[in-house]
Design a protein around this ligand. Structure first.
Ligand code: GUN
Length: 282
């Protein structure tokens, strides 16, 4: 067996094309405010990629690039200003924030109706309750689309997620549960992790450890989703050892070209949805 490669670049390009068409019919461009504090190397690249992708489909972005030493009150004030600005449809605060800032207090200040990252407790709570949030986090949304492209019916599947983050693990677990999967989240304190991952029909690695997952972690035929973006010997690699697992898995997302492009496409989709939410006909 050689695993099918799930082409995130292609699926993301199709989504962006559809968004571009919808945006071209609007009276004005939807607008995303991006708040970045400091100069974290990866964050600078992610933000640049988001801005570039937005511009290509006619979506406007406004970057607020603050000093590493910016105070929490200044950041909260900026969020209040973006919340009140009717031209701004979506707001994201790029994570991680500098250590002196309280991430939850800052995220919680964003209006849930503009929280296109889907991190506000209103949105995460609605998702937990299996109700409709305004927005769902972009990476988990993208992962659901990728998984469904190779496995349309998820009911009853065993899903194991490595990593319990706010950005990926937790919302993804909820989305999978809402699709009637049996979900296990593992994390740094999990014991005998391989015993759990070997039961997975769908295994998602989102732990940020280069090539952690090997062939002997897998149930043969598993679908593998690799969220990791790690730099190793000047090469980008994921959390899954791609070459090692290729003959054991049934499908796998590559790094780069898998989950990454989907995250951006879903953020753009959420921003267009925010525009529609705020410009509903009376
Ligand atoms: N840092 C890494 N991924 C993300 C994301 O999806 N949104 C934000 N705001 N920060 C991130």
């Amino acid at each position: 067996m050689t695993a099918q490669i799930i082409d995130g670049r292609l699926i993301a390009a199709q989504i962006r094309d559809s968004l571009k068409q919808q945006i071209s019919a609007l009276p004005r461009a939807p607008k995303l405010a991006i708040i970045l504090a400091g100069n974290d190397y990866s964050s600078l690249i992610y933000v640049r990629n988001k801005q570039k992708a937005a511009a290509q489909i006619g979506l406007e972005t406004q970057l607020f690039h603050l000093e590493e030493t910016t105070s929490e009150s200044d950041l909260l004030q900026l969020i209040d200003q973006c919340n009140a600005d009717s031209q701004i449809n979506g707001i994201i605060v790029q994570l991680p924030l500098p250590e002196h800032l309280n991430t939850h207090r800052i995220i919680n200040r964003i209006l849930p109706q503009k929280d296109v990252d889907g991190f506000h407790p209103y949105n995460t709570g609605m998702l937990q309750n299996n109700e409709k949030p305004y927005f769902i986090a972009a990476t988990p949304l993208g992962i659901m689309t990728l998984v469904k492209s190779v496995c349309p019916i998820l009911s009853g599947k065993n899903v194991v997620i490595i990593g319990a983050s706010l950005i990926v693990g937790r919302p993804l677990a909820t989305l999978m549960l809402n699709q009637e999967c049996t979900v296990t989240i593992t994390h740094i304190h999990t014991q005998n992790i391989k015993e759990l991952t070997r039961k997975a029909d769908i295994l998602v690695a989102a732990c940020g450890v280069a090539e952690l997952v090997k062939r002997d972690w897998l149930k043969p035929g598993a679908i593998l989703i690799d969220v990791g973006i790690n730099r190793q010997n000047d090469k980008i690699c994921g959390d899954i050892d791609f070459d090692d697992v290729l003959s054991t898995a049934s499908a796998i997302t590559p790094v780069p070209g898998g989950v990454g492009p989907m995250t951006i496409a879903m953020l753009l989709k959420n921003t267009l949805d925010a525009y529609f939410l705020q410009n509903k006909p009376l």
